[in-house]
Design a protein. Structure first.
Length: 622
């Protein structure tokens, strides 16, 4: 390449970088959030962290420990990134949002560089690799299916995995032939960071091995020798599992704690008592994210395989046609699952047949997509979990589809003429960007988000629970009553939704309907203790002391965890005998016991602080 040609190439690369960065930024900068949404409420805020002393805890505790929850997740790099945002921006949501957008820009540029390297290594005959990689990365930059990740601080873990994982692969492929030790050392570091960001990074060694096998020249023995050093990645993997085991061994069982994204905090629980302190409709934490790492292993049944095939098919469809975009997509029929399985099996067969003829493009793209999706597919995971599709799962796997698109664009360029691929991509970008903007606008606050889900005909009991939980703190009780009246049957399925309806009925003065809804909530196993406790508060508000005692005793009976039982014991005393100092001292001891068993139980901590003030003694160190 002459000096002039080399300069032109550098100018093209620089222009591509600027355009990609601008497109990725513009795709998500149209809306800035009014309030934290979904899980962000538990990770964003001025009081979430205290200082630099928080950092060691990120590496020694459960991801949700700071919110009083044991989730089985271990993501210290995610917590560190949020802590840095807190240090820089405090409670400013715009700062967190800006960080997410800039991360997406970095991921887009990294994907562009990696795809360009693969094209130059594998497919540089005839088509301009810079042009094809640029066009494919441009689609990645503006695709609305990434909205759930870019619009959520908590979900930035997927961007951290993509950034460190793709950067590690790029580093590896660029140096493995001439500097193998440096190449694998860098890949090991990137893999370790990716694993500390999110568990789905566990598949990176498989992706590296397949790509090295395909991209290496020579016979199968030479390809196998090139792939075998991937075993060195067992070292960072083992270190990750050791750290994770140390952090989570004493964390307690999963699904215990006070955090729940689908329960309203309304103040109804004050029971009409002017001095009721922090008593409120508290949550029992059974709807936190489920573990994704390979603990509690189970072999997949045929039913799970078919359901996973339908999830993969829906994912591919969403990339091609991003509609509808929702928080969770419903399971498909058995006929659809079989069709999805057969079609994808045929697609994999075509990819393998093409690879026999040394046409590896389809195989490379699909291998990345399916391997990256594997941890979220629930083929191997916690017992009882079913494969399901949520759009945040697609961020990292879509990198493989971006490579596949670049290869397809190269094919178009060779068959037609140079530049021909730009027209359809430009049309796609112009069509996708407004869809991305519209999706962003739905994430401005929780009410807007869940109302948009509702109007997209997502009427599952879970969606109704989340929507009503968002509406109640906003003071829109009549809207909740309207929803509860329209979807009364769902109250018999989802006790927490019935709980929300009961609160709305009570706040609207419909006492009889509120009592029926609360009683209905006590019949549901999920949130049973919470329902009894809230019904007790409702009875207190209406002067029914004996009925309230019965419900509080039922709440104690319904609890299974010692910390929650201790909390309920204290709650019974503080709600029924608030004027009795001896009983208040006894209640405080129960809250102290609850905090000893679960130091992050926020409900117990609030009550203890209130009683410390009322009883005239300084609170113990938290």
């Amino acid at each position: 390449m002459t000096a002039t040609a080399d300069k032109i190439q550098r100018n093209w690369l620089l222009a591509a970088v600027f355009v990609l960065a601008g497109a990725a930024f513009a795709a998500y900068a149209n809306v800035w959030p009014d309030s934290p949404v979904v899980d962000d409420r538990f990770f964003v805020g001025e009081d979430r962290f205290s200082g630099i002393g928080d950092i060691p805890g990120f590496f020694t505790e459960d991801l949700w420990a700071g919110s009083g929850v044991t989730s089985g997740h271990y993501r210290p790099v995610l917590l560190l990134s949020i802590w840095l945002d807190w240090k820089l921006h405090g409670a400013s949501l715009e700062g967190y949002r800006l960080t997410n957008i800039l991360l997406h820009v970095l991921v887009t540029l990294t994907v562009f560089g990696w795809v360009l390297h693969v094209l130059r290594t594998f497919h540089g005959n005839g088509a301009n690799p810079v042009w094809c990689a640029f066009l494919a990365a441009l689609v990645f930059a503006v695709h609305p299916v990434h909205g759930e990740v870019v619009n959520s601080v908590f979900n930035r873990s997927s961007m951290l995995v993509a950034l460190s994982g793709v950067a590690g692969l790029w580093w590896l492929f660029a140096r493995v032939r001439h500097q193998p030790f440096l190449a694998w050392a860098g890949m090991a570091c990137a893999y370790f960071v990716a694993m500390l960001s999110k568990e789905s990074a566990v598949v990176l060694p498989g992706i590296a091995a397949i790509y090295l096998f395909v991209l290496t020249d020579g016979n199968w023995r030479a390809r196998l020798r090139a792939s075998l050093p991937v075993l060195c990645l067992l070292v960072p993997l083992a270190l990750y599992f050791w750290l994770r085991m140390q952090a989570l061994t004493d964390a307690g069982p999963v699904d215990v704690g006070p955090v729940d994204a689908g329960l309203a905090d309304t103040g109804l629980a004050d029971g009409g008592l002017a001095d009721a302190g922090p008593a409120r409709v508290e949550s029992d934490g059974e709807d936190r994210p489920s573990p994704q790492i390979l603990n509690l292993l189970q072999l997949p049944t045929w039913n799970i395989v078919l359901r996973a095939a339908s999830v993969w098919a829906d994912s591919l469809r969403l990339v091609l046609w991003p509609h509808p975009l929702t928080l969770e997509h419903a399971a498909q029929s058995r006929g659809y699952q079989w069709l999805a399985f057969v079609l994808q099996a045929a697609l994999v067969f075509v990819a393998l047949a093409a690879s026999v003829r040394r046409r590896f493009g389809l195989l490379l793209g699909l291998a990345f997509f399916y391997l990256a999706f594997l941890p979220a597919s629930r083929l191997v995971g916690a017992p009882g979990e079913q494969p399901h599709l949520v759009e945040r799962y697609l961020y990292f796997p879509s990198v493989g589809l971006t490579l596949l698109l670049a290869l397809a664009l190269g094919f178009v360029e060779r068959r037609l003429r140079p530049g021909a691929a730009g027209i359809p991509v430009l049309i796609a970008v112009l069509a996708l960007t407004p869809v991305c903007w519209a999706r962003n606008s739905e994430w401005v606050d929780e009410v807007t988000l869940y109302e948009s889900e509702y109007h997209k005909n997502s009427r599952s009991p879970r969606t109704l629970q989340l929507l009503t939980a968002a509406l109640l703190p906003a003071g829109n009780h009549q809207r909740v009553v309207e929803i509860c009246d329209r979807h009364e049957a769902a109250q018999r399925v989802n006790g927490k939704y019935s709980n929300q309806c009961a609160i709305a009925y009570a706040l609207s003065g419909q006492v009889a309907r509120a009592e029926r809804a609360f009683i209905n909530a006590t019949l549901n196993n999920k949130g049973k203790a919470l329902a009894h406790a809230n019904l007790a508060r409702f009875y207190l508000r209406n002067g029914r002391q004996d009925d309230a005692r019965t419900q509080l005793e039922a709440a104690i009976e319904a609890e299974r965890e010692p910390a929650r039982i201790a909390f309920r014991e204290g709650e019974l005393r503080v709600l029924l005998q608030r004027g009795d100092r001896a009983r208040m001292i006894e209640a405080r001891k129960w809250f102290e016991e609850a905090l000893r068993l679960d130091p992050y139980m926020t409900d117990a901590l609030r009550w203890k602080r209130t009683l410390d003030k009322e009883l005239g003694s300084a609170p113990a160190a938290d």
